[in-house]
Each structure stands twice: as structure tokens, then as C-alpha cells.
Design a protein around this ligand. Structure first.
Ligand code: CTP
Ligand code: MG
Length: 220
């Protein structure tokens, strides 16, 4: 059985809430509880949570102190996790579905690492510091990368065995696998699994989760 690492140690500077982002109340529960529920619904019972100072892990989860960067938090959580393949998820993505965890882990049969991702809908251009466009990328080959990201245990351990300077450069853990020659495969997801970054995202997540509760409360 795989183990889950839920990274929740960020401060949420861009959200600007009075407490760390993953612990902000969202549709009636702390934001990270939505991800814990989705992990459990996918059958992932062992969950290690990387925590910010002053917060504790949800009931039934193991808590560890997070690191200064996101990947340092992943490394801290991994040291407290039992055997097996690993699925890493951002507590800042509370709309994740249980099926996405299952799909990310199933796709590990053919790769060292799998990443949930949504096809790009905007055209992406490259521009210099003067804002002059230098290239238009081929959108049909572009993906917006999300979590969950699933890893063969040995691949993640090897990828994280680097200096803190390298960890600080990583905007996702899959890149750490790529840079040492590991194989990474995309698992199609949707933009609905967005990351709560700004107050607008929080409002949107609130509306979508409230709607989900209403649908679930409907009589048969
Ligand atoms: N995270 C973490 N440890 C860190 C930094 C981030 O565990 N040192 C986690 C966050 O809690 C979040 C996820 O990584 O669940 C994605 O990070 P991000 O959305 O950037 O969250 P914050 O770093 O909290 O937000 P901000 O960058 O606006 O401060
Ligand atoms: Mg951050």
C-alpha cells in the first residue's frame, strides 16, 4: 500500500489570511481536511502531514515539522513515512478527487513518477525582460502541472538526496526526478483541481465545495 505525504507547511503569503493557508476554514472545515478525506476515500490510510509552526495534524495522521521550502517539507514528511510507493499532495488543492490519487498511483506501473496535469487552454508565449515576444509554444504539447504526484519510493529518495539549494529551485518534486534522469508521465486531470493561492481562489473553492455538499445532501 502506498503512503501519502500532504504538504501543509506553507505560510500562505499570497492569500494573506491570519493563519497558515492549509488551516484556513474552507466550507466549514480546515482546508487540509478536504484532501485528507479524499486520500482516505482513495484507500490511502497512512498520511504524513508537513506542518507549519503552531499547528497539529488532523486526527489519524502523523505530523512532522515542515521545511523552509516546499520540497524540504516533502523530504521531512518522507522520513516519517513507512514502506511503499509515495503520493505527494498539496494541502492547497482541496478539490482533488479520490479517483485522481488512484489514477496517479496506477500509472506508476510505467514510470518512476506520475504527475496530475491539465491540458493548457491559454496560448503560452515566451518574452524577454523588455516584454518582446521571442516564441509561441506548441500548446498541444503543454500541460499545467498539479498534484497529486506519485513516486516509486527509490526514485523519490534518490531525487531528494540533494543539497538545500537544489531543493529550493524545485517548483515541483517531479523536476527533481527528471534532473537525475528518471521517467515522468502525465496523468490527465482538470482545471477543477486548482491550487488555492489568492483570495479569489479561496472564494471559488468555497462555492464549489458548498455546492458539492448540497449535491451530497440531496435525497435519493
Ligand atoms: N508548502 C510546504 N512547505 C513550505 C512551502 C509550501 O509544505 N515550506 C506547501 C503549502 O502548504 C501548500 C503547497 O506546499 O500546500 C503549495 O505551496 P503554495 O501554494 O506556494 O503555498 P504557500 O507557500 O503556503 O503560499 P505562498 O507561496 O503564497 O506563501
Ligand atoms: Mg509557496
Amino acid at each position: 500500500m502506498a503512503v501519502a505525504l500532504l504538504v501543509a507547511a506553507g505560510s500562505g503569503e499570497r492569500l494573506g489570511a491570519p493563519r497558515p493557508k492549509a488551516f484556513v476554514t474552507l466550507a466549514g472545515r480546515p482546508m487540509l481536511d478536504w484532501s485528507v478525506a479524499a486520500l482516505r476515500a482513495a484507500g490511502l490510510g497512512e498520511i504524513v502531514v508537513a506542518l507549519p509552526d503552531g499547528e497539529s495534524a488532523p486526527a489519524g495522521c502523523v505530523g512532522v515539522a515542515g521545511g523552509v521550502t516546499r520540497s524540504a517539507s516533502v523530504r521531512a514528511a518522507l522520513t516519517a513515512a513507512g514502506e511503499g510507493d509515495v503520493v505527494v499532495h498539496d494541502a492547497a488543492r482541496p478539490l482533488v478527487s479520490p479517483a485522481l490519487f488512484t489514477a496517479a498511483l496506477a500509472a506508476l506501473a510505467g514510470a518512476d513518477c506520475t504527475v496530475a496535469a491539465a491540458p493548457m487552454t491559454d496560448t503560452v508565449k515566451e518574452a524577454g525582460p523588455d516584454h518582446r515576444v521571442t516564441a509561441t509554444l506548441d500548446r498541444s504539447r503543454l500541460w499545467a502541472i498539479q498534484t497529486p504526484q506519485a513516486f516509486r519510493r527509490s526514485a523519490l529518495e534518490r531525487a531528494l538526496d540533494v543539497g538545500d539549494d537544489v531543493l529550493a529551485q524545485a517548483t515541483d518534486d517531479a523536476w527533481l526526478v527528471e534532473r537525475v534522469g528518471g521517467s515522468v508521465v502525465v496523468v490527465p486531470s482538470t482545471p477543477a483541481n486548482f491550487k488555492v493561492t489568492s483570495p479569489l481562489d479561496l472564494r471559488l473553492a468555497e462555492l464549489l465545495l458548498a455546492e458539492r455538499s448540497i449535491v451530497q445532501a440531496q435525497p435519493e
